[in-house]
Design a protein. Structure first.
Length: 625
């Protein structure tokens, strides 16, 4: 049984039982069972399944791990965390997030006005809100309104201009008020330390955000002059998303910790927290020896607590509260994208497709003999002969000496020989055999858009775990390349011989075959684009009850065609009338045909852009019949 790296990336969230991948929780239902139940309700195309219990697991693990680290080092500061809304703002996720995090005083981080409104309405009073990113007077005023509502909100200064605006808004909101109320103030620092990988530029002197040491001293003086020093509460830094290596974080912690201590000693008496930002990595790898992070959550927490304590001791200041904004770690595992395979493009390369004649060109006869007599002993020799014959036969075709049927037979026989040779020599794993897999890879047409549902694969080459939902008791043999249904050659997850994916050889005209794309809960939805006007997939929340059963809740169907066009500011009423008018005025149909065509048109307009599987088409035909 091949587990598709489940032991590497799965974090015990999913297990394989019999031949299916199952949720390792409560009654342990299979993902396929849940998928089929939703499809029986009439929802076709790709499905996004959300599992709130996995959000709760990540939050509790994060808090419990830091509490253990605090206890181990007798750390006096508190641990707090917020979720950065930029990672996933979709309501079904946010509502589940806030529901399962009630016991942890868990809050939200906002980086825009719209996100701030979400934070102000969804964060419980008392739970922390942090506000990062560039801000204008209106956004800063919203922070003051949140504070007056009773929110525990910290507005982070990204530049001296923002601090000047905060001072101005504070005067406007609190003039002539006996007990003024203002948000806490944080200062984002531009560290010398930088991260590594794709997001390394989040840190370092060339970073987009934060104050230099000189600006930090100016900010301190401005706060002191305007009697706001008692609001300076947090130092904030961030060195990048998906930190694969723990070493850059340690360096950044030392730098930020010393800045915190120096400000405390200088007179920032209210300063009491260090926000270490996000970046806690998720393990996306499916392959042994290709892991994306070199540390555990326990090591991460221990390093943060230990270094903050050591700096506080050496500088003679109080140990700060520790804040994190790790969104990827909290959100990634909670959702699974399930997509049906529509077609396998290379299935014509089988022995049944051969069109051998009574008399064939000698080289084709030799290819046929090589295929029938291929054994492990002669596999490499026959393979080389087949490749040589193919080049000769293609040259003969170009010169007009053999016909199209001969060319077809050549392609089929060589493909069959390569497959058989690779199977016989699979234990050798030579570079030559790995390269040949590119020649015989199967193209799986999958009913989704990579641009909509996996934008980080398209834009950043981020790998995601992929596996079939069933047939896991059968060894997959096809080197797989996945094609999405967009009209774009970039919509492909190509076969990678260094990170190979093998799938099953199935006949989709007779049975459905579903793929699951895992760890898609962070960034993929909010960054997804409507390339070719494919919209967000149908989504559902899977909630487990105390008895071990589950319910499918909050089903939101993918937008239909007219809704997508409406989002693009087309006047869909005019489009509707135009279509109807052109059918009614057509001279190519009778009145009865016009009524029938109009009915079909409105049926099509009520559905989404994703394609129907053969099974779904058959169901529709049976229903209409």
């Amino acid at each position: 049984m091949k587990n598709f790296g489940l032991d590497i990336w799965g974090d015990n969230n999913f297990i394989i039982q019999n031949d299916t991948v199952n949720i390792n929780h409560a009654s342990k239902p299979s993902v396929l069972e849940i998928t089929q139940e939703i499809r029986e309700k009439g929802y076709k195309g790709p499905l996004l399944l959300r599992f709130p219990h996995l959000i709760e697991k990540q939050i509790s693990t994060l808090f419990n791990t830091f509490e253990k680290a605090k206890e181990a080092f007798n750390y006096k500061g508190n641990f707090q965390a917020v979720f950065p809304l930029k990672v996933n703002q979709f309501p079904n996720f946010i509502h589940a997030l806030m529901n399962v995090s009630k016991n942890y005083n868990y809050g939200l981080e906002a980086g825009s006005k719209a996100e701030l409104i979400i934070a102000m309405t969804k964060t419980p009073l008392g739970a922390p809100i942090t506000v990062n990113g560039f801000k204008d007077k209106e956004m800063i005023s919203l922070c003051f309104i949140a504070a007056k509502m009773g929110h525990n909100i910290t507005v982070t200064i990204e530049g001296l201009g923002e601090l000047e605006t905060i001072i101005q808004v504070n005067k406007e909101f609190n003039a002539d008020i006996e007990t003024p109320v203002s948000p806490k103030i944080g200062v984002r620092i531009r560290l010398h330390s930088s991260g590594i990988g794709i997001w390394a530029k989040s840190g370092g002197y060339s970073s987009k955000f934060g104050l230099t040491s000189t600006e930090l001293l100016e900010a301190y003086e401005m706060l002191k002059k305007n009697t706001l020093l008692d609001h300076l509460w947090m130092i904030h830094f961030h060195i990048g998303s998906q930190m694969s290596d723990i070493a850059p974080l340690k360096k950044a912690l030392r730098e930020a910790g010393n800045i915190y201590a120096e400000l405390k000693k200088r007179g920032a008496y209210a300063l009491g927290a260090i926000n270490i930002g996000g970046g806690l990595a998720v393990e996306y790898s499916q392959h042994e020896g290709k892991q994306e992070r070199n540390y555990s959550l326990g090591e991460f927490a221990n390093d943060v607590v230990y270094l903050m304590q050591e700096i506080a001791k050496s500088k003679g200041v109080a140990e700060p509260d520790i804040f994190t904004e790790s969104g990827r770690y909290i959100a990634a595992s909670h959702s699974v994208l399930v997509t049906p395979v529509l077609e396998l493009f290379s299935q014509e390369y089988n022995a049944k497709a051969l069109r051998l004649k009574k008399t064939n060109p000698p080289l084709i006869e030799e290819l046929h003999d090589l295929y029938n007599s291929l054994s492990r002993e002669h596999a490499r020799e026959y393979l080389h002969d087949a490749l040589d014959h193919m080049e000769s036969l293609l040259t003969l075709f170009d010169l007009g000496y053999i016909d199209l049927e001969d060319r077809s037979n050549t392609e089929i026989l060589v493909n069959l020989i390569i497959k058989k040779a690779i199977s016989l020599l699979r234990d050798e794993g030579t570079d030559e055999l790995k390269k040949l897999q590119d020649r015989i890879q199967e193209k799986y047409l999958v009913n989704f858009s990579a641009f909509q549902s996996l934008p980080d694969f398209w834009g950043l080459a981020q790998q995601f775990p992929i596996m079939p939902l069933d047939k896991l008791n059968i060894k997959p043999t096809n080197p797989a390349s996945i094609w999405d249904i967009t009209c774009d050659s970039d919509g492909e997850i190509g076969f990678n011989r260094d990170l190979p994916l093998y799938l099953h050889d199935i006949d989709v005209s007779k049975e459905e075959y579903f793929l699951g794309f895992f760890l898609t809960g962070a960034y993929q939805e909010v960054l997804g684009m409507k390339h070719n006007l494919f919209t967000h997939p149908t989504e559902a929340v899977i909630v487990f009850d105390t008895k071990g059963g589950y319910t499918i809740e909050n089903l939101i169907e993918a937008q239909n065609l007219m809704d997508v066009l409406d989002d693009l500011e087309y006047d869909t009423n005019i489009m509707d009338k135009t279509l109807k008018y052109r059918i009614e005025e057509s001279k190519h149909m009778s009145q009865e045909e016009k009524r029938e065509v109009l009915g079909k048109l409105y049926l099509f307009l009520s559905e989404n852009s994703y394609l129907k599987t053969i099974q779904a088409q058959n169901e529709n035909e049976e229903t209409q019949g």
